[in-house]
Design a protein around this ligand. Sequence first.
Ligand code: SAM
Length: 295
Amino acid sequence: MSDGRWFDERAAPGVRVLYEAGRVLHHMRTGSHETLFMDNPQFGRMLMLDGVVQVTAADEFIYHEMMSHVPLLAHGSAEHVLIVGGGDCGLAEEVLKHRSVKRLVQVEIDPQIVSLSREHLGSMNAPVFQDPRFILETGDGAEYVATTEHRFDVILIDSTDPGAASLPLFTETFYRYARACLKPRGLLVAQLGVPFLHPMQFSASMKRLAATFPEVSCYLVPVPTYFGGPIALGWASTVLAPGEPGAEQLAERYAAAQLTTRYYTPEVHRAAFALPRYLQDEVAAAIRPDKGPAA
Ligand code: SAM
């Protein structure tokens, strides 16, 4: 069934991706975004912000499982977690599956995204709103990390791509404040977009992370509605090297956590850190600017 409308995503200069609307549930201006909730025949319920796909019912599990379980199982005993952005609350749902987590703070700039996602995306977030460990703060994540006295084991930056509201979340200043909010073994994971389509954005973010943290890399996740190749999730820590811990320990932690996952496995976790040559070179250039390929 279709109401005849198609919505396009401007994926990159010269590239548009069209999605058919079976039904439009909400299309309006919220606090910071042009917000669209609709049903698509292939991907089911979906959320677009400012003409960019954020999440769909069909493939959200891939992104949300990999953004949560990779850092939480790598850490091994995370109790205090911060999500910056994450308005659809699908990431919060995965984080709260970890019984080790005592407190999850989510700082979202646009509270209407949360309330509309609660109404329209219940299949991916309903348990979050019954969970006393979930604390929702409204505000700019950049301001929050600069001022909060709380300290976190894991910080997850689930933001929109760089734009008016989210630009501060891609700066070195933000990463420095975020680092200061981490506990001693803490680590940060941030969505850095699709590097094949946006290589400059990716390498700039990697350089800023590498200027702030000693342990930096990224891992790759193929999400069908993030057009143009796998999305990169940046990894930054003062202590934990990317790819740690080893296979055996990871399998033990996964079994002990008793997670039910559809995408994540300990093998996929480790494999996601294997980078193709063109990204290895970018990461090397970010970590050791003198040794990487010419800018
Ligand atoms: N997984 C999605 C993706 O990569 O496309 C992102 C999902 S989530 C909907 C992104 C959220 O980041 C939005 O709800 C947006 O309002 C929020 N956001 C953008 N800038 C922000 C900021 N400076 N502080 C806090 N939240 C912000």
